[in-house]
Design a protein around this ligand. Structure first.
Ligand SMILES: *Cc1c(COP(=O)(O)O)cnc(C)c1O
Length: 382
């Protein structure tokens, strides 16, 4: 299958039809258990926490699309990240990008810290900081690029190289790009996690997480946690995620086209102090990003002068949903200070450029002209 183009593999991702009936999608196996013909030798499926054919079809699909040896589907993006973290041990140390997703920051600084998994946060765009944070106890480097919400760019191949030079694993959260635009395992990474709630699901109608590993032995460790801890994705949501995946490439390419237009347009507006978009000329790390990803993606962040202006903008827009999340077919306007980064102390937020004037726009599938017109009227009143 891997000889085909990515868009073909989205439609035929390994298990593309039901082997029993020929049905055009893998049915929703809404079951907890499976009859065993021979109680001494259990069949391929025994209990649905361990394996469910619908979830398995999704796991095969995401492994193939990211170019890994094994994929795993979890109840949420955070369940995917936390389950991967559970493969580490008390006393281990991680080097983590300071711009990591707010929920990841929270779980590392609370639950895992209590369990003795230590973390040093660094600006991962600066490779010297990454190298300097490595200690004899370090087991992995975990980064996100583009980061959220200021879309800072980290060099994936360089981080993978640093990790491997020190015998560490390289982990990344690829939610913002998805495998349609960026495939970190192909650049030397060992683990990719996703909030499939976002672009992969794509319709703001489910919560789901995915993890893909390159190496079979690491796959066994993640599989052990998935089965033992049990934060699995149910069959209904596995089916919805599979359905979302099929249109990932066309959705994201169209959304990216509109996002690039909107980023350019925002940059010319006097009300807008700063625009963050990875392929915008002058965006720090632009060249690195365009080397490792095909386009700037569909998320644009921009800063207005003041907090009240940002709040007004969010009250005036008519088309975008105002709220938490991104990656849906509808545009979504978020306020990082009170939403995605509410879990982060204000001082930490300020150090990352997450000011009261900053808003994040996930560009959907509405016409770009209509979105611009809506932003125009909202900015004029902000
Ligand atoms: C939303 C998100 C998560 C968490 O995913 P959930 O599905 O909400 O648990 C993790 N990483 C990134 C980059 C996200 O945007």
């Amino acid at each position: 299958m891997s000889k085909h183009d990515f868009s073909t593999r989205l439609i035929h991702p390994g298990r593309d039809r039901d082997p029993y009936t020929g049905a055009s999608s893998i049915p929703i196996y809404q079951v907890s258990t499976f009859h065993q013909n021979d109680p001494e030798h259990l069949g391929r499926y025994d209990y649905a926490r361990s394996d469910n054919p619908t979830r398995e079809a999704l796991e095969i699909a995401i492994a193939g699309l990211e170019g890994g040896s094994r994929g795993f589907a979890f109840a949420s993006g955070m369940a995917a990240t936390a389950s991967v973290m559970m493969t580490f041990q008390t006393g281990d140390h991680l080097v983590v990008g300071e711009d990591i997703y707010g929920g990841t920051y929270r779980i590392l600084t609370t639950v895992f810290q209590r369990w003795g998994l230590a973390t040093t946060f660094v600006d991962s765009t600066d490779l010297d900081q990454v190298r300097a944070a490595i200690t004899p106890k370090t087991k992995a480097i975990f980064i996100e690029t583009p980061s959220n919400p200021t879309l800072k760019i980290t060099d994936l191949a360089a981080v993978a190289q640093i990790a491997h030079d020190h015998g560490l694993l390289a982990l990344t959260d690829n939610t913002f790009m998805s495998p349609a635009l960026q495939r970190p395992l192909e650049l030397g990474f060992d683990v990719v996690v996703h909030s499939a709630t976002k672009f992969i699901g794509g319709h703001s109608d489910l919560i789901a997480g995915l993890a893909v590993v390159k190496d079979a032995e690491l796959g066994r460790r993640v599989r052990h946690v998935q089965n033992a801890f049990g934060a699995i994705l149910g069959p209904q949501d596995s089916w919805l995620t599979l359905r979302g995946l099929k249109t990932l490439d066309v959705r994201l390419r169209r959304q990216q086209e509109s996002a690039a237009l909107i980023a350019d347009w925002l940059q010319a507006r006097k009300e807008v102090k700063k625009v963050y978009y990875p392929s915008l000329s002058g965006h720090p790390g632009r060249e690195v990003h365009l080397r490792q990803a095909s386009g700037g993606g569909a998320v644009v962040s921009f800063e207005l002068e003041t907090g009240p202006q940002a709040v007004n903008l969010m009250k005036q827009v008519k088309l975008p949903l105002v709220g938490v999340s991104l990656g849906g077919v509808e545009s979504i306007l978020s306020y990082p200070a009170t939403m995605s980064h509410a879990a982060m102390p204000e001082k930490e937020r300020a150090a990352r450029g997450i000011t009261a004037g900053l808003v994040r726009l996930s560009v959907g599938l509405e016409s770009a002209a209509d979105l611009l017109q809506d932003l125009d009227q909202a900015l004029a009143q902000a």
